[in-house]
Design a protein around this ligand. Structure first.
Ligand SMILES: Cc1cc2nc3c(=O)[nH]c(=O)nc-3n(C[C@H](O)[C@H](O)[C@H](O)COP(=O)(O)OP(=O)(O)OC[C@H]3O[C@@H](n4cnc5c(N)ncnc54)[C@H](O)[C@@H]3O)c2cc1C
Length: 416
């Protein structure tokens, strides 16, 4: 039986563990966090058709059904708006008359809830408080992982799924780099009540929106609204229950105060976000103002630099560990899920012979590099377009979006 060690119990690592466990492999996940509830403050995450397909393939039927039932109202459209909340472009998720695919769909779920579903059924296959430091590969291909607590574990395959600061990537591909995009962000969350719902532009009742503002700024807004009758089991409930709106304001660092955002207390970040939005539509300003400072946090947007092909071995990487990307297209986790499904399928087909396993990992890595770094490129491009500080380029972008919006046939072809 193939023994697979996975470093990192995030979205990608746990999805891979689910798939391998179902297929009968001997899989163990080593997660740095001390306990599952370390991530209770989970925000909404958008799962796209790629992510949904991967979850469907890796989860047993009843757990996929649980995932579906825990999702919020599915998005019907995506909009681009100006900072005065006028429409630049609105695209429907489904073509007129089309029926939603029951599996490969767009979904909205709380990150903590998704993680809990991915942990379900794995039991002691997931070890908490295990921070991987390094690994050693023996001549026969077996791998020993060493942990910060002095422990070690040996398996046939080691998968680095520890996100952006992956130790496995650092050792396997020391030349792999992450670049600074020069863009920082401030995120916050507002509970949805009859009062706050009235602040939302009509577009947000149908799905997420990206607001493009002058001066190299944007704000992404999305609601997470449970479907009526949803009754989540206790262990899937995030810290803040109920419907909410998340916002993420991004700005070129050159336009921000010199003190790094990551060093600012939450209350100051909250004031800064309000200052950055000072000339925007009053409803947008109130959305930011009325979010509790305790929900406000900073994020720095960095991105992986594509890596040339490397010789395959019994050590590999998935998700943000290899292709971290700006959140501008909401596809980082979906790409990690896609990796998990592909790697799971490749390992299961390979059996347990070392040569077959290495070849299977090589096949996985070839495909993963192609779509993973294409996703990085698309996300970097979307980020650059949405925070351009060049007033001419900004005007041209807005004119282009309005033109696409005016011609549905072209709009649907380009953005569908
Ligand atoms: C603001 C924001 C919004 C986003 N929204 C979306 C979205 O809507 N849709 C989408 O697809 N993507 C989104 N993303 C991107 C998405 O969050 C990531 O791409 C995704 O979480 C990557 O999954 P992963 O499994 O590779 O890594 P992670 O989810 O980061 O998991 C890594 C795990 O490894 C653990 N770990 C770290 N180091 C070690 C170690 N040394 N040893 C053991 N364990 C370790 C960590 O504790 C963590 O549990 C967003 C990102 C941001 C910043």
């Amino acid at each position: 039986m193939l023994r697979v060690l996975i470093a990192g119990g995030g979205i990608g690592g746990l999805c891979l563990a689910q798939g391998l466990h179902q297929a009968g492999a001997d899989v163990t996940v080593f997660e740095r966090a001390a306990a599952p509830d370390a991530f209770k403050e989970g925000y909404r995450i958008h799962i796209d058709p790629d992510g949904s397909r991967a979850l469907h393939a890796c989860l047993p039927a009843e757990r996929f059904a649980l995932f579906e039932s825990a999702c919020g109202r599915p998005p019907e459209a995506f909009a681009f708006l100006t900072e005065q909340l006028t429409e630049l472009l609105s695209v429907d998720v489904l073509k007129a008359g089309a029926r939603p695919d029951p599996i490969a769909a767009h979904r909205s779920i709380n990150r903590f809830t998704l993680r809990q579903i991915l942990l379900d059924g794995l039991g002691d296959r997931v070890r908490f408080g295990k921070e991987l430091r390094r690994y050693e590969t023996a001549p026969d291909g077996t791998v020993t992982a060493y942990f910060a607590d002095g422990g070690r574990a040996t398996g046939d395959v080691l998968v680095g799924a520890e996100g952006t600061h992956s130790r496995v990537r650092a050792q396997l591909l020391p030349h792999a780099e992450r670049a600074d995009t020069g863009v920082d962000g401030i995120a916050g969350r507002l509970p949805l009540t009859p009062q706050t719902l009235s602040l939302l532009p009509a577009h947000l009742h149908r799905g997420p929106a990206m607001v493009l503002a002058p001066g190299g700024r944007n704000v992404f807004l999305a609601t997470h609204q449970y479907r009526s009758g949803t009754d989540l089991p206790e262990h899937l409930q995030p810290a803040d229950r109920g419907d909410y709106l998340v916002w993420g304001l991004s700005a070129r660092r050159a336009t921000l105060p010199r003190t790094g955002l990551d060093r600012m207390p939450r209350a100051r970040l909250h004031c800064l976000a309000q200052d950055l939005a000072a000339t925007w539509h009053p409803h947008l300003r109130r959305i930011i103002q009325e979010s509790a400072p305790a929900t406000v946090s900073a994020f720095t947007i960095r991105t992986a630099v594509p890596v040339a092909a490397w010789p395959p071995s019994t050590v590999t990487v998935l998700g943000d560990a290899i292709h971290s990307m700006p959140p501008s297209r909401g596809i980082g986790a979906n790409t990690a899920l896609r990796d998990a499904e592909l790697l799971c399928r490749s390992l299961v087909a390979a059996g347990s012979h070392p040569a077959g396993v290495t070849a299977a990992i090589g096949g996985y890595e070839r495909q993963m590099r192609e779509y993973g770094f294409a996703a990085v490129k698309a996300s970097v491009q979307a980020l650059r377009q949405s925070v351009t500080g060049n007033p001419v380029a900004f005007t041209v972008s807005k004119v282009a979006l309005r033109m696409f919006n005016a011609v549905p046939a072209i709009r649907d072809r380009v953005f569908g």
